[in-house]
Design a protein around this ligand. Structure first.
Ligand code: ADP
Length: 305
């Protein structure tokens, strides 16, 4: 029996350079990428919806159409008059990628401004997903509105998954980031951090320290991703390392963590076995990093069992 999965955050317009020097347009963003992979890995009796705010311009229309075409529900997306989506551009110089962002006044920053709309969407869902970027783009007041709704969902026994996705540049201060990420952990039942980020920005000296910290905030389960060194599941007293798949030729690591999260959740929701879910997620992430771009076509993932 399926259920209803809701991912909450910001999807942006992505511009990247094609081989001929032209700019290619796409759509991506951490929580949307995870919704994409959850959709690719869950059977049709599961619905996957995206919650965000967009504008009333042609680009917002196109993004909604793109999501719908990918089988992701857009019913609860708020549309704000006169606003536009955020935009980022991938710059490539001597094989090195760098990113420029235009997102300071994106519509998504107001995704939690209407508390009733948020509550309706969350109440209609069985599984919630959000990230540290979702929290970072909101005003403090709106972030607390969102967190309160997520805590209600958690109290109602729903699975609430959170990827801290630490991005110091999106926060007004490190203090603000630390405080709000801890609140995110408190609202979640499952936290999916990346160890290198947590070590750099929280000073964790081991994966166990990361697990301990998020469990102290109140998450029942923590899955710490650690690139080619695999992922460690901490669910109380046990810590289980699930190795990554050996990839000889990494093409593009964009979305490694997002695809891992989507695949992990898809498997876990069906089989309730975190170790098996992490094994499956490692295989999907390994496929994703052998292709260009954030969103790998579902057909290319079909062979992964
Ligand atoms: P993030 O993208 O959030 O920083 P990680 O780099 O930890 O996340 O990667 C997430 C998952 O993707 C890892 O747990 C692993 O399964 C897979 N992965 C990432 N990099 C590699 C790699 N070089 N080789 C094999 N698997 C990888």
């Amino acid at each position: 029996m399926g259920g209803r999965f809701l991912s909450i955050g910001e999807c942006m317009v992505e511009l990247s350079q094609a081989d001929d020097g032209h700019l290619r347009k796409g759509f991506a963003g951490d929580t949307f990428n995870t919704a994409w992979y959850a959709r690719a890995c869950l059977p049709a009796d599961w619905s996957i919806d995206y919650f965000t705010a967009l504008g009333d311009d042609a680009m917002s229309d196109e993004m909604v159409a793109f999501m719908g075409g990918a089988g992701i529900g857009t019913e609860s997306i708020r549309r704000l008059r006169g606003k536009t989506p955020g935009l980022y551009m991938i710059n490539l110089k001597d094989g090195e990628r760098s990113f420029s962002y235009w997102r300071d006044s994106s519509a998504a920053r107001q995704l939690a401004a209407d508390g009733d709309a948020l509550r309706t969407a969350i109440e209609a869902s069985d599984v919630l997903y959000f990230s540290g970027i979702t929290l970072a783009i909101l005003s403090r007041e709106d972030a607390f509105t969102l967190l309160a709704e997520l805590r209600r969902a958690k109290a109602a026994g729903k699975l609430v998954a959170f990827d801290p996705n630490l991005r110091p540049r999106l926060w007004s201060s490190l203090d603000a980031m630390h405080t709000m990420i801890a609140e995110g952990g408190r609202a979640a039942t499952l936290v999916m951090p990346s160890f290198d980020d947590e070590a750099a920005h929280f000073g964790d000296d081991s994966i166990s320290a990361t697990i301990r910290r998020y469990r102290q905030y109140g998450a029942a389960m923590v899955v710490v991703k650690n690139g080619p060194d695999g992922a460690t599941i901490g669910d109380g007293t046990d810590e289980t390392l699930v190795p990554a798949i050996k990839v000889v030729r990494v093409i593009d690591t964009t979305s490694a963590g997002d695809s891992f999260n989507g695949a992990f959740l898809a498997h876990y929701l069906q089989h309730k076995d975190a170790v098996a879910a992490a094994g499956f997620a490692a295989k999907i992430a390994a496929k994703v990093i052998q292709e260009y771009g954030a969103l790998v076509a579902p057909e290319k993932l079909k062979s992964v069992k």
